[in-house]
Design a protein around this ligand. Structure first.
Ligand SMILES: [Zn+2]
Length: 60
């Protein structure tokens, strides 16, 4: 999973990682994938590429 955007999107380990561009929209299933490998769920959680869940920062 490589980000090709310019300027580059936040890394998956960054606090603002949920601001990366969406590359796969599965919102009808309740999730979408960002270009940094983060899976964003519509229940307020995201799944990092290393397999752990985090709440989406409200300030994102
Ligand atoms: Zn990107």
């Amino acid at each position: 999973m490589m980000c090709t955007h310019s300027p580059a999107c936040p890394d998956s380990s960054a606090t603002d990682c949920c601001r990366a561009h969406m590359v796969a929209d599965h919102s009808e299933q309740g999730w979408c994938q960002l270009c940094n490998g983060v899976i964003l769920f519509d229940d307020g959680l995201y799944l990092a590429p290393d397999g752990h869940y985090e709440p989406v920062p409200l300030s994102a």
